[in-house]
Design a protein. Structure first.
Length: 83
């Protein structure tokens, strides 16, 4: 399966991979296949606090996209904060 090089696939594959490894370690043979989503949102910073968003054939850009991306990125990183 050829997938674009994007973090969304790694993030989504991680939990399934962990489950499949656990399944194998306890001796079970039935593994769950990874089924990637067909369309996903791409948010790319373009500099100067601006970004571009695209999903399929739709796209937009501007400072508000950068603010949205910044919020998503910070929320994702905060989910790993182990205080």
């Amino acid at each position: 399966m050829h997938l674009p090089k994007t973090g969304v696939y790694a993030v989504r594959q991680g939990p399934l991979l962990a489950k499949n490894i656990s399944t194998q370690l306890v001796g079970h043979k039935h593994l769950q296949p990874y089924k990637p989503q067909r369309h996903f949102l791409s948010l790319l910073t373009t500099g100067g606090r601006h970004a571009v968003a695209s999903r399929g054939a739709l796209f937009t850009h501007g400072k508000w996209v950068w603010l949205w991306k910044n919020y998503i990125d910070r929320s994702f990183m905060a989910s790993f904060n182990l205080k």
